[in-house]
Design a protein around this ligand. Structure first.
Ligand code: SF4
Length: 339
């Protein structure tokens, strides 16, 4: 991984009180998470619904405080940051949310939305200066032309709204952008255009991306176009596998990553076995490996002991008692995303 480290998470955990019942039951959304993000890196977070990937994005964006563990930004422990330092962090890390239909204020024009953000973080900026900058930002996200500035969110398509949300995120020159499933609610035919635009922006501005997705094919496409990047695979709040995206997609070491690839629509890899297993499994509480109830390779030891995250190759970690020992064929590469 390239230096310098921008963000370091050490043993980070997030626990919520589960809804219903006595209120005493707790839900661990993130467990013992250790993760570094380097400046200008592309780190993809992959996992199913409930894996903790959005919670991780919110923690990194400063929208959710970790219940335990340490987060350091450029070496500074954020738990010890004063109000001003934490505000600077909130400025340095922006988040683009999944739903472009609720992320913009319906009562404001696009120009008013962008100007509000610009003036909030740039106290000396004039309205004229902010207006010019808003037009530049729209052009950067492929929405050139003055008429877009005067429109309200309801007058834009989902793809155009997400472009505005991205313009708002980059308007204050963040160092890191958390992209939480940024194209999952957008028409399939427009997804590739938006991903390509995000990559152009990354190249132009040198921004670090944390790209959250449930879609291995999208993750593969995005990483290939970016000429590399790492992937972290989450399952029930725990890291199952971490390494460079190309390796994880072509030759995963962890049965859960293999299952994710095999259950991608269009995959030719043992899809019936894995897909059936994924679809029919129950989210039982387990004391050993969290994937135990769903894993076709599970043994006694998996139920009794949680596997540690260990090195299985250069910069490649996997949490499985049998990583590198399973008689598994490497998974086929994930197919290209739709659109
Ligand atoms: S530790 Fe066991 S249950 Fe967990 S992924 Fe590995 S083989 Fe499957």
């Amino acid at each position: 991984m390239s230096d310098p480290r921008l963000l370091e998470l050490s043993d980070v955990g997030v626990t919520f009180r589960a809804k219903g019942g006595s209120g005493k039951k707790k839900l661990e959304a993130l467990r013992h998470l250790n993760l570094d993000i380097a400046s200008r890196e592309l780190l993809v977070v992959v996992g199913e619904s409930g894996s903790g990937k959005t919670t991780l994005g919110r923690v990194i964006a400063g929208l959710q405080r970790p219940t335990k563990g340490t987060m350091r930004f450029r070496g500074k422990d954020l738990a010890k940051a004063d109000h001003g330092e934490f505000l600077s962090y909130r400025r340095a890390v922006q988040m683009v949310h999944q739903d472009p239909y609720t992320s913009l204020n319906p009562a404001l024009t696009i120009e008013q939305t962008l100007i509000a953000g610009l003036k909030r973080w740039n106290k000396g900026m004039t309205r004229e200066g902010a207006s010019l900058r808003a037009a530049d930002l729209l052009s950067l996200v492929g929405l050139s032309g003055k008429n877009h500035l005067q429109k309200y969110p309801h007058q834009l398509s989902g793809g155009q709204r997400q472009r505005v949300a991205i313009a708002r995120a980059i308007s204050i020159n963040p160092e890191l952008i958390v992209l939480d499933e940024p194209v999952s609610m957008i028409d399939a035919s427009l997804r590739i255009d938006i991903l390509d635009m995000l990559l152009e922006i990354k190249q132009k501005l040198g921004t670090t991306y944390l790209f959250i997705t449930h879609d291995v094919a999208l993750a593969k496409y995005f990483s290939e176009k970016a000429s590399g990047g790492r992937m972290v695979v989450l399952y029930q709040g725990s890291v199952m596998e971490l390494g460079d995206t190309e390796t994880l997609v072509a030759a995963p070491a962890n049965p859960y990553m293999m299952a994710l690839i095999a259950s991608t629509p269009g995959s030719r890899t043992e899809s019936v076995t894995w897909s059936t297993k994924l679809a029919s499994s129950q989210e039982d509480e387990v004391q050993g490996c969290r994937f135990f109830p769903r894993c076709i390779y599970a043994q006694e030891v998996c139920h009794a002991t949680e596997p540690p995250l260990v090195s299985v190759g250069p910069d490649h970690l996997s949490a499985c008692h049998f990583s590198g020992k399973l008689p598994l064929r490497p998974a086929q590469p994930a197919p290209a995303p739709a659109g």
